[in-house]
Ligand binder design. Structure first.
Ligand code: HEC
Length: 215
């Protein structure tokens, strides 16, 4: 099963980080992810951690600093050039924030230079072609294990690329370096569920933005 396979890999990655102070015990089993609904090749929502642990903002930031490099390496394996440097971009949130709709992971939200007006929310949300937003993620389980999560990406393409998604290409890189799918590219149908939910925000260029207390 795909889920099991990527969790095992992540547990291994984190085990390598253990000397840096991350509790990692792959044998403890509160890492259960809920099963995806429907067809695994055509998910209706994100894999979701059943019992995410809570942590203080300072602790979350400390953990993020520790796992950041591991995340970059994991996503690099997918070979998607345009997001290779995402951690050098503007980070729009102050602290990682828990997202129920994005898998119960803690998220960080980055944008490239062309996506600069994302910071001016609720203004300036009409992104130019070439704007890219990328959200990395990690989870903490109740036993203190950290799991690497996916990188969710939106790339603004040329007008007419895909009107239903506001001409955004949605793509997601799994923490095992496999691309789940990309709009109008490989396995496009696997990221249709992204388009469906983001359509709720069609009036603000399909963007939800960051919860106020994490900005
Ligand atoms: C059930 C609704 C839902 C689905 C499905 C969903 N998203 Fe989101 N997305 C959100 C919400 C809400 C936010 C803002 C808050 C947050 O991050 O949780 C967001 C934020 C984002 C952002 C930051 C830009 C913004 O909107 O402010 C990106 C990038 C993103 N999502 C990519 C994706 C990708 C890629 C997928 C599919 C693999 C996806 N999303 C699926 C609800 C959803």
């Amino acid at each position: 099963m795909m889920t099991t396979r990527f969790l095992t890999r992540c547990a291994l990655t984190i085990a390598m980080l253990a000397p840096m102070g991350i509790a990692a015990d792959a044998a403890r089993a509160d890492t259960a992810m809920s099963r995806i609904s429907g067809d695994p090749d055509n998910p209706r929502r994100h894999f979701r951690l059943r019992h995410p642990a809570e942590a203080s903002p300072a602790e979350l930031e400390r953990l993020y600093v520790i796992v950041r490099d591991a995340l970059a390496r994991a996503y690099d394996a997918a070979g998607i050039e345009v997001v290779a440097e995402y951690q050098e971009w503007t980070r729009f949130n102050r602290i990682p924030y828990l997202s129920k709709v994005h898998g119960n992971h803690y998220l960080n939200n980055y944008g490239n230079e062309l996506a600069g007006s994302y910071a001016d929310y609720p203004h300036g949300l009409d992104m130019p072609e070439g704007a890219i937003l990328a959200k990395d993620s990690f989870s903490i389980t109740e036993s203190g294990e950290i799991l690497l999560g996916p990188l969710a990406v939106m790339i603004k393409m040329a007008p007419g690329f895909n009107p239903v998604s506001g001409d955004w290409r949605f793509l997601q890189i799994q923490p095992n370096g496999v691309t789940l799918g990309e709009t109008n590219g490989r396995n496009s149908e696997r990221v249709d569920y992204c388009i469906g939910c983001h359509m709720m925000k069609a009036s603000s260029d399909h963007l939800f933005h960051i919860p106020a207390d994490a900005r």
